[in-house]
Design a protein around this ligand. Structure first.
Ligand code: ATR
Length: 276
C-alpha cells in the first residue's frame, strides 16, 4: 500500500521490508539515521523496544508507550527540526529520529469509517487483553464510551488494563466479564480466528451475538473470520481489521510526506495484495 501511495504522489521513494532481530534494533535504527532514510515503520516486538532508542517522542508515542512510525529529521540553520527529505540543497547540521504511534487512532478511524460507529456514549465489549487488546481498550476508553466490558482468557491481564483505565479515564464505567443486555460494539482483539478451525473468541453460553449491534474483528486475514460469519448470521453489522492496517499506514505516510495520503489507492493495493 505504501509503494502504491508513493507512486500516486509522484515521489521518488521506495518502501522496503527488513527483517531485524530485536537485539539488532538499535544498530538498525542507527543505520537508518546514518543513511538518512525518510522514515520507518516498526512492528512487534520492536514497537515497545524502540521507545528507548529514539531521540524524540511525539505525544502519540508517549501516550501509547509504543512506536510504530519513525521520521528521520534534520536540524536547519534556524535550529528547527524538519523532515530529512526537505534538505535538498544544504545538509542538516544534525540528524535525529522522532517516534510516533499511528495504531491507536487507526482503531477509532476504522470503527467510524468501516463500521459507521462513533464510540462516545456507547457500550462496548472487548475480547482480548494482549498487546493489541490493551491499546484498543485504552483508546476506546479515551473516546468517552459509557461502559466497557473486558474479557480475556487470562483474567489478570484484563484486570490490570481495567486498573489503568480507571486511573486514566475515571468517567468510564469498566467491568470485567460479559455484559447483560445489548452492546453497541463487540470487538475481537484476540488471535482467535487467524487459524481456520479456531473457536469463537467468546463464550456463547454467556454472550449471544444477537446482543451486539456491531461486531468488529481486528483480524483481517482471513477476511471473514468465524466470528464475523456468525455475527453476520445473527444480523450484526460487521467489519474486519483491514481498515486498522490501512489507516495506521496512511497516517504514517502523512507524517513522512506532510501531504494527505491517497487512502483509496492504498486500500485497493492492500486488498489486491492480501486477498488477491
Ligand atoms: P497481540 O499483539 O496480537 O495482541 P498477544 O499480546 O499475544 O498478541 O495477545 C493475544 C491475545 O489473544 C491475548 O488476549 C490472548 O489471551 P491471553 O492473554 O490469555 O494469552 C488471546 N488468545 C490467544 N490464544 C487464545 C486462545 N487459544 N484462547 C483464548 N484467548 C487466546
Amino acid at each position: 500500500m505504501q509503494n502504491a501511495a508513493i507512486a500516486a504522489l509522484g515521489l521518488n521513494w521506495c518502501y522496503l521490508a527488513f527483517e531485524v532481530r530485536p537485539e539488532e534494533l538499535r544498530a538498525a535504527l542507527a543505520g537508518a539515521r546514518a543513511m538518512q532514510f525518510v522514515g520507518l515503520n516498526l512492528t512487534v516486538p520492536h514497537k515497545s523496544l524502540a521507545m528507548d532508542m529514539v531521540d524524540a517522542l511525539d505525544e502519540s508515542a508517549r501516550t501509547w508507550r509504543a512506536v510504530n512510525t519513525l521520521r528521520v529529521e534534520g536540524r536547519d540553520r534556524n535550529r528547527a527540526w524538519l523532515p530529512i527529505h526537505q534538505f535538498t540543497h544544504e545538509p542538516p547540521d544534525k540528524v535525529r529520529l522522532q517516534g510516533f504511534n499511528t495504531d491507536a487512532d487507526a482503531i477509532v478511524r476504522s470503527l467510524r469509517e468501516d463500521a459507521g460507529l462513533e464510540l462516545r456514549g456507547k457500550r462496548v465489549l472487548l475480547l482480548g487483553a494482549g498487546g493489541a487488546g490493551g491499546v484498543a481498550a485504552l483508546k476506546v476508553a479515551s473516546e468517552d464510551v459509557a461502559e466497557l466490558f473486558l474479557v480475556n482468557r487470562t483474567p489478570s491481564k484484563a484486570a490490570s488494563i481495567a486498573a489503568e483505565i480507571r486511573r486514566r479515564h475515571p468517567n468510564v464505567r469498566i467491568q470485567l466479564g460479559y455484559p447483560r443486555g445489548e452492546v453497541d460494539l463487540a470487538m475481537n482483539a484476540t488471535s482467535l480466528g487467524l487459524a481456520p478451525n479456531d473457536p469463537l473468541p467468546l463464550d456463547e453460553q454467556q454472550f449471544s451475538l444477537r446482543q451486539a449491534r456491531t461486531v468488529y474483528d481486528m483480524i483481517y486475514r482471513p477476511a471473514e473470520t468465524p466470528l464475523l460469519r456468525a455475527a453476520k448470521a445473527a444480523g450484526c453489522r460487521t467489519a474486519n481489521g483491514l481498515g486498522m492496517l490501512l489507516y495506521q499506514g496512511a497516517k504514517a505516510l502523512e507524517i513522512w510526506t506532510g501531504r494527505p495520503a491517497p487512502v483509496e489507492v492504498m486500500r485497493q493495493a492492500l486488498k489486491k495484495n492480501i486477498y488477491g
